[in-house]
Design a protein around this ligand. Sequence first.
Ligand code: FES
Ligand code: FES
Length: 212
Amino acid sequence: MGEKEKNLSKEKKEKRDSLKVSRRSFLKGMGTTAIAASMTTLPTPALPEAEAALPPGLKEATVQLNVNDRVYRVKVKSHWTLLDVLRRELGLTGTKKACDRGNCGACTVLIDGRAVYACSLLAIQVQGRKILTVEGLRNGDQLHPIQKAFSVQGAYQCGFCTSGQMMAAKALLDKNPKPIEKEVRLALAGNVCRCSAYPKIIEAVLSAGEGR
Ligand code: FES
Ligand code: FES
């Protein structure tokens, strides 16, 4: 092999090695991102006792869902998510569908007072639970203090994340009526705002707490 050919094959090898490294670093980066994402998705659907109650092989069932203090009897397929049933079967479209895979919090609802992602739960798992959606926040004509605070502070831009943010805020304020900023940030860490309206959102939750 001549000198020129040797240099060429050395160059090729170096290029190949550098590609290997960048692919490895890329995968490493992906791993870190996945871990970070799972750490920030605070509201989780961990209801293992409900999951354990699912009869094996069940394909379809009529379930009773208690949503916003109203009981709905609804026929569902066993793979339908709570989010799809709320929006499509019950017409409660205030709960938003964005990532549909437990990453963004747009679909946050409360189940027995706890913030969960409705896209990550099956409707069949939540029979007998108290489900609260954004439609259940207001009291007749009266907006909930959290809704008022979001409106007064202008805590939204496109508004797509707003119902999820408000539900996460409700879960927090019900337990901790006067949170400090750090606690608000932590409670809302699983709710992504693509418009980056975070400062106003935090302000709104703090002021809703103060007004209670
Ligand atoms: S739509 Fe459920 S977490 Fe994004
Ligand atoms: S206001 Fe647009 S995603 Fe939050």
